[in-house]
Each structure stands twice: as structure tokens, then as C-alpha cells.
Write a protein that binds this ligand. Structure first.
Ligand SMILES: *Cc1c(COP(=O)(O)O)cnc(C)c1O
Length: 354
């Protein structure tokens, strides 16, 4: 059944092993981030088999599916007040920046006779979530008094909103803040988490100071670091292959005919006149993928555009003679992967050598 995404578990496992080993060489623990594949059971099993200690996801619905007793479950998006009870029930650790929310987690933990762990995110310039460094002391002062909350550490986000990439300077700043807080409150942080796949490039040569954890999503699934968008050596980029089926092949003019308005998404398309071209339509659309974030494996194919359920391709230059019913395959970027994995209309097929 199509569209179909074929998932090569051996390749994913290899990526996880490779990145985990490189982290461990620098005394850094790995948190496997599962949101891009909705914490799919088979992939989570790979994380567990490789011996990853933490799994992180932004949604409780995903964390809830993880049955493993070995993996520590981390909610990496700040909990909503309305999900505080479920957060304490489902997650071992949550990321936080708001005292009010942590108070609520404390109340819920008390009711459940549990101690809930929190990690506090510091704003380091990327301007998504995070408490300003100068306000951290005040926050810690209050959090440390909560009976059913354990503070396990601090962390930061990079390359999320502002496109600020982590570097040694940022790592030093975060490490020095951690040191100051540890000294002031006479505590020792278990985890100082230094960002996501955009921190991977620093494993080669950078200094991590006190940072002892990285949270990696894209790196393990697509074998890419995200500071510069380069391939990670020794990792696979094609663990996920998406295939769509051709439902129309026709020669058409490149330029639409008639009065120009907007397309189905309110966009005014800019189209180049290449004369008559051979086009194929796949039964696959924006509901299933981010069409600007995928690459045909047949390099001569060009993606022209997409509506909700149709992907339009220019196949004129291909040596392959495509026919109705043929499949066209793509390597996915992170946006497309996330959408394909969460689309109910995309069939998932797991491949494993054993
Ligand atoms: C998504 C996310 C990550 C993982 O990012 P990748 O670029 O996929 O490695 C890490 N931390 C937080 C808080 C996130 O939201």
C-alpha cells in the first residue's frame, strides 16, 4: 500500500551506536529524541538495545507509548498546566522554565506520592524557551524548597527559533552558570544538557566544559548535524525512504493558463516557462510530507509543487520510462520525515536484517 515509508532499523541502530560512542568518548550521555518518529515502538527498541539511557519527546502521547523500564522518559517541551498530572505520571523528567508550572508538578507528585525530576532550561540567545541566566538563582531558590521535586540539572536550546548555533563560548557560559549555581546552593547537577543535533559538530574538536548531555533527534534518524546541515561521517542518511505511486503521466505546458490568482494554500506560484514538459502526479501531498524538504532518488526528477494530496513532478529528463502505477522514491528531510511518520495515510514498513 502506498504512499509507503520504508524504515531500515539496522541503519538507524548503526547511527545511534555511532553517535552514542562519539558522545561517550567525550563523557557525554545521549538523550534519543523520538518526536520525529512519534516514538515508534520499533525505533525506540533500537535506542534501548544500543543502551541509550534517556529518551525525550515533546508530547506525552508519544512518551506514554514507551513501555521500556530501562529508558528514562523526558518531556522536552515545557508541560502545559493542564497536563501536569499526566506529566508526573508518564515522564520521569520534565524540562521547565516557569515556577508556577513546577509548583503544580510538585502538587501532583505529592498526590501520587512520587518525586518528580525537573531540568531547568536557560535562555542562551536562541530565544525559544528558557529563563534568563540572571534569574536562575531566584528560580532555584524556590524550586529547591519543593518537597516532591528533584532538580537534576540545567540545559539550553540552540538552533530552534533564532538560528543561534552553539559554540565553545556558549558552552563555557552555560558551564560557568552551572558551576556558580552548584557552589551557591551546595548541590551537584546530574545533567547539564547542551543542546540538540546542532551541537554534534563540536564533538570533533570543541570543548564541552561541564556539559554532559546532548539531545539528539535528527542526527540519529537522518545522520545529519544541524548547525551546518552536513552529513555525519559514518552515519546513514537514507534510513527512511518514502515511495509514492504515479496516478497520472501527461505532457503539459509549464505555464498555467488563465487569470492568475492564488493556489490552494493562498500562495501565488512563480513558475518558469520551459515549454511542454512530461509530468507525473503522485498520490502523495502536503498532508503527508513537506514537499520542499525531500529529494527524489532519481536525480533527474524535479519536484514542481504539491497540494494536499498531489505531488507534481517533472520527469522529462529521466532516463527511466515511468508508467502509471510506478513508484517514485525520496530521501526525506526532518520536516518531511516528521510529517510522514505522523500521517495516518502513509504506510510504515520496517526492514531489519536478522
Ligand atoms: C526537538 C528537540 C531536540 C532535538 O533536536 P534535533 O535537532 O532533532 O536533534 C532537542 N531538544 C529539544 C528541547 C527539542 O525540542
Amino acid at each position: 500500500m502506498y504512499p509507503k515509508i520504508t524504515i531500515d532499523l539496522d541503519k538507524i541502530k548503526h547511527n545511534i551506536e555511532t553517535i552514542k560512542r562519539r558522545c561517550e568518548e567525550r563523557d557525554i550521555s545521549l538523550m534519543g529524541i523520538t518526536k520525529s518518529f512519534c516514538a515508534d515502538r520499533n525505533i525506540v527498541k533500537c535506542l534501548e538495545e544500543v543502551g541509550v539511557e534517556y529518551v525525550g519527546d515533546s508530547r506525552l502521547e508519544n512518551l506514554e507509548k514507551i513501555e521500556s523500564k530501562k529508558l528514562k522518559k523526558v518531556l522536552i517541551r515545557l508541560p502545559m498546566m493542564s497536563e501536569a498530572k499526566r506529566a508526573v505520571e508518564i515522564a520521569d523528567i520534565t524540562f521547565n522554565t516557569e515556577y508556577e508550572t513546577i509548583q503544580k508538578l510538585n502538587e501532583e507528585a505529592e498526590k501520587l506520592q512520587k518525586v518528580h525530576s525537573v531540568l531547568l532550561l536557560v535562555e542562551m540567545g536562541d530565544l525559544r524557551e528558557g529563563t534568563a541566566p540572571e534569574n536562575m538563582e531566584e528560580l532555584l531558590e524556590k524550586v529547591l524548597k519543593l518537597k516532591n521535586i528533584e532538580l537534576i540539572g540545567i540545559g539550553a536550546n540552540f538552533s530552534c527559533y533564532g538560528g543561534i548555533i552553539p559554540d565553545e563560548e556558549k558552552f563555557l557560559e552555560l558551564s560557568e552558570l552551572a558551576k556558580r549555581l552548584e557552589e551557591k546552593f551546595k548541590i551537584e547537577f546530574q545533567m547539564i544538557s547542551g543542546g540538540n543535533s546542532s551541537s554534534l559538530y563540536l564533538l570533533k574538536k570543541g570543548e564541552f566544559f561541564k556539559i554532559n548531555n546532548l539531545r539528539i533527534g535528527e542526527g540519529i534518524v537522518l545522520g545529519r548535524e544541524t548547525a551546518f546541515g552536513t552529513k555525519i561521517s559514518g552515519c546513514y542518511q537514507d534510513a527512511f525512504i518514502l515511495e509514492g505511486e504515479i496516478i497520472e503521466i501527461k505532457e503539459k505546458q509549464s505555464i498555467p493558463r488563465g487569470k492568475l490568482g492564488v493556489n490552494a494554500f493562498g500562495e501565488r506560484p512563480r513558475i518558469e516557462d520551459l515549454g511542454v514538459r512530461k509530468r507525473a502526479i503522485l498520490a502523495l501531498g502536503r498532508q503527508d510530507v513537506e514537499y520542499t524538504d525531500m529529494i527524489p532518488q532519481d536525480k533527474t526528477i524535479r519536484i514542481l509543487g504539491a497540494s494536499s494530496d498531489h505531488l507534481i513532478l517533472d520527469i522529462t529528463d529521466s532516463e527511466k520510462k515511468y508508467e502509471l502505477g510506478d513508484k517514485v522514491s525520496f530521501i526525506l528531510g526532518y520536516g518531511s520525515l516528521t510529517r510522514a511518520m505522523s500521517s495516518n495515510y502513509v504506510y510504515k514498513d520496517f526492514k531489519e536484517e536478522k
